[in-house]
Design a protein around this ligand. Structure first.
Ligand code: ADP
Ligand code: MG
Length: 415
């Protein structure tokens, strides 16, 4: 069942939204409305897309076998052109990753796309609501070598889209190869970060961590660009890790915004126990902002830090004070923010850890904190003391008779 009005109408065809009768799947049908040129192009699109079959290439669900003038695909939620700019780095990163993977696969089979641009990158939603970005609209690809029959790309006519098309598209469109797609991708990144339509034939800058990659991909001479999609991926990874390193340096120097960023990034590498113990744990003054703005992430990091103690290894025993102090700072920030749910979760992790490591420097800090704490935070903390009573009683033996809060005194005295 198709909707009467098309989602989009282009020079060569139109795209209709609809629903597949058999299972209610939301679909889009693309139909060719132009002459033989358009037909040949659509046939190529169907053949290539159905054969490439990759997570990041728009799938073809069904097509007109004899005529090749229509085909059906899953309906996307939107195209990249619909995403408001500037697009944040982590969203953009996953989109660029998807496009690079699509290109890697297609280039392997000698099918450059030749029209990479935001409106040809479509977001599909999975059943569980996760998004998957795919490269669509493969009508301009060339067939594998030896099969280039119809001359859709006669010399002198621009193939692709102004601004995104590489310089070689203006001279001999047949020559547009994999690196032409990489050029267009460079331009797409610039659009994503600035919202401005790309200027044709211009080497372009982009903000970090994209700068080096974009400068490379938009080089006017084809042979000066990254040699493959895979090479572009490594270039991006290298730029990111060096910008991570720069961020970490600023965080160490006490810049709180950088420290916060570093902590959030650390969540993507919680298996790296050394990084948590040696870097994250040394970042002071980050707890307040982390708890205020990202409480769920704060808790996740505290749990990751707890797990990291399993890899404490041969570090100086007293170094344990450092990650313990960091975790305790999160507990204090939770009190300041009156986030008692977080406070409870953090104390539940922290108390047994402090007891088992029994580090004197941190013990003084924790004791002083417990002496000062008042209700309502004290009620939550007292509950946690009760849960871990045996360990906490010996850990803080003799220090609590002056606690300002009766609930904490009582919790400590219970048998
Ligand atoms: N599967 C889809 N789901 C949702 N919208 C789509 C889909 N395919 C195409 N569109 C919309 O139709 C437009 C044109 O489709 P496209 O395949 O790029 O054809 P054209 O050759 O006309 O550029 C896209 O930019 C997008 O807005
Ligand atoms: Mg298109």
């Amino acid at each position: 069942m198709l909707e009467p009005k098309p989602i989009a109408t282009g020079g060569q065809g139109e795209v209709f939204g609809g629903v597949r009768r058999s299972d209610g799947l939301s679909i889009a049908m693309k139909r060719c409305t132009s002459g033989p040129d358009g037909r040949a192009r659509m046939r190529r699109e169907i053949e290539v897309q159905s054969r490439l079959c990759d997570d990041h290439i728009m799938p073809v669900l069904d097509w007109g076998e004899d005529e090749f003038f229509w085909y059906v695909m899953p309906r996307g939620a939107r195209t990249l052109a619909d995403v408001p700019t500037p697009i944040d780095d982590s969203t953009l990163r996953s989109i660029i990753d998807a496009v690079l993977k699509a290109l890697e696969r297609a280039h392997e089979h000698d099918h450059p796309h030749r029209d990479v641009k935001p409106s040809n990158v479509v977001e599909l939603k999975t059943d569980t609501g996760e998004s998957r970005w795919v490269l669509a609209d493969w009508g301009m690809t060339r067939r594998a070598r030896g099969h280039t029959t119809a001359d859709l790309t006669s010399t002198g006519r621009l193939l692709g889209t102004e601004g995104y098309a590489p310089p070689e598209a203006y001279t001999d469109a047949h020559e547009i190869g994999p690196r032409g797609d990489l050029y267009s991708l460079g331009k797409l990144i610039v659009w994503a970060k600035t919202g401005k339509a790309p200027v044709p034939n211009l080497v372009t800058d982009a903000p970090e961590p994209w700068r080096r990659l974009v400068r490379n991909l938009t080089r006017l001479k084809e042979n000066e660009r990254a040699e493959s999609a895979a090479a572009a991926m490594s270039m991006l990874a290298a730029a990111e890790s060096s910008s991570d390193a720069a961020l970490l340096q600023r965080a160490r120097e006490g810049e709180s915004y950088a420290a916060l960023e570093v902590c959030i990034h650390a969540l993507s590498r919680t298996d790296d126990h050394d990084y948590l113990l040696d870097e994250i744990a040394t970042l002071d003054n980050v707890a307040d902002e982390l708890v205020r703005n990202h409480p769920a992430e704060a808790l996740e990091l505290v749990k990751a830090m707890d797990a990291a103690f399993a890899s404490f290894g041969r570090r100086n025993f007293d170094y344990a004070n450092t990650p313990l102090r960091w975790m305790h700072a999160v507990a204090r920030a939770a009190v300041a923010d009156e986030n008692f749910h977080l406070l409870e979760e953090v104390c539940d992790v922290l108390f047994p850890l402090e007891v088992s490591w029994n580090r004197f420097a941190q013990r003084d800090i924790t004791a002083a904190w417990l002496l000062r704490i008042t209700s309502p935070a004290a009620d939550t903390v007292a509950e946690c003391i009760r849960t871990h009573r045996r360990g906490m009683q010996s850990y803080l033996a003799g220090r609590l008779s002056h606690a300002s809060s009766a609930v904490i005194r009582d919790a400590m005295r219970e048998r």
